[in-house]
Design a protein around this ligand. Structure first.
Ligand code: SF4
Length: 430
């Protein structure tokens, strides 16, 4: 068995020529866009292979993937289905799919085999405020989510369920990455506090085994407030920062997305994490069909007021709501009528804002941020450009940015986001 990471490696014709099974993992929207581009070439290079696409984004793109010649599509808890597929291929040659497209059965988790992957040091690393870097590993303490935020890609597959990965399996996976040089672990659970006791158990186990290894996790605003008493222990166990999908500071938009928190809850979460000594890295869906130019300025003002200018990757302030097939946003009364026909190139339903100035601003900001990222412009300066452009779009004078805008926080070298259209830069990397 061989493994290729298409975000870092090229397709290998020699490897594919005699392959009998090619299974492509699509855990994120961007990975799916890359897979859709790669599949025709894979088909050409591996003419005899059974094609399988698996991962969170596979079931919602099933029709498109099948049209591209994919034989098996799997989502949810996929390991038993992958095993069954391999066994059937050995016995029957090239059978048609008999495994369920989505399985949420409880499975016996195994320690991930990372031996075929590129070196850990080639992946995103931790960047500390002083500019120093650390090799980062990745671990998964749970899968799925017990919440039902309408725009979230986890929801159509897991439908409010989540699965705990046993602590000894997670720790063994961390151990193999620490051996390879990781001194920071990024927990990739959709929400580290879906099972707060489990989250805390993992934090304790990590700290006990590797006291110098730090970590970060993703925790929703509501959980930060509900489990505030756990935050000091997370910090004491090495938690450097928490990513939280704030999405908006407008209560109407938060209601449309069914986020279960309010704009003021965001303020509270900032205060609680600060008090615990953990940096908060909020993420946003800055542009939605309900966004207004004044609303964009209000978001920027809130970041200034909360001293979070350095805590938000500028790309977060350009992100446009993604509506993939199966999105629970399609259940929102009247929402589907605002969308254009499904676009296979986008893997989603495009939408046009009623106010063309909003769409223009989003495109201009996206281009500006991409230029700044190529030139490694500091976050504070990019924010200043966004501030000026947003005020110009609304024909409002831009007040001078002054006072304490916040200090840089630890971060990963590649900001991640899943409920958004990928930037051109990301796609070009493939
Ligand atoms: S956005 Fe976060 S909390 Fe909401 S359903 Fe998705 S993973 Fe769960």
């Amino acid at each position: 068995m061989s493994c290729l990471d298409l975000s870092l490696q090229k397709l290998d014709a020699g490897l594919l020529e005699h392959a009998s099974l090619v299974a492509v993992y699509v855990g994120m929207h961007t990975a799916t866009r890359i897979a859709v581009q790669a599949l025709p070439r894979i088909r050409l290079l591996a003419p005899k292979a059974h094609l399988c696409v698996y991962g969170l984004y596979a079931p919602m793109n099933e029709a498109l993937l099948r049209a591209l010649g994919v034989d098996t599509v799997l989502g949810g808890e996929v390991e038993p289905a992958l095993l069954s597929l391999c066994q059937r291929l050995r016995i029957n040659g090239n059978p048609s799919q008999s495994e369920p497209v989505v399985s949420l059965s409880k499975i016996a988790f195994e320690v991930p085999d990372r031996s075929g992957l590129p070196k850990l040091s080639r992946y995103a690393h931790l960047v500390l405020p002083d500019g120093s870097t650390r090799v980062a590993g990745f671990a998964e303490g749970s899968r799925g989510c017990k919440h039902l935020c309408r725009h979230c890609p986890v929801v159509p597959v897991y439908q409010g369920k989540f699965r705990i990965v046993p602590a000894d399996v997670v720790m063994e996976d961390i151990r193999q990455q620490v051996k390879e040089g990781a001194t920071h672990i990024s927990f990739g659970d959709p929400d580290f506090f879906n099972g707060p006791t489990h989250g805390l158990r993992l934090a304790r186990a990590l700290h006990e085994a590797f006291p110098r290894v730090t970590f970060d996790a993703t925790i929703k605003i509501q959980h930060l407030i509900d489990h505030k008493e756990l935050l000091p222990e997370l910090r004491a166990s090495g938690c450097l920062f928490i990513t939280s999908a704030v999405e908006a500071v407008d209560d109407d938009i938060l209601r449309h997305l069914d986020k279960n928190h309010t704009s003021r809850d965001f303020d509270r979460a900032v205060a609680l994490t600060r008090e615990a000594g953990i940096a908060l890295a909020p993420t946003f869906v800055a542009f939605t069909p309900w966004t207004t130019l004044d609303g964009t300025i209000a978001l920027l003002e809130r970041l200034v007021e909360l001293r979070l200018v350095e805590s938000v990757p500028p790309v977060q302030l350009t992100i446009r709501l993604l509506v993939p097939e199966g999105s629970w946003l399609l259940k929102l009364p009247g929402f589907r009528e605002r969308l254009l026909a499904f676009d296979p190139a986008l893997l989603g339903y495009p939408w046009i804002h009623r106010d063309p100035r909003v769409d223009r601003l989003q495109q201009d900001l996206q281009a500006q941020v991409a230029r700044c990222e190529q030139g490694a412009v500091p976050r504070r300066e990019v924010f200043a450009a966004i501030w000026r452009m947003a005020h110009e779009a609304a024909a409002r004078p831009a007040p001078k940015l002054a006072g304490d805008l916040g200090a840089p926080i630890p971060r990963l070298s590649e900001p991640w986001y899943c409920c958004a259209e990928p930037t051109e830069q990301q796609l070009q990397s493939f």
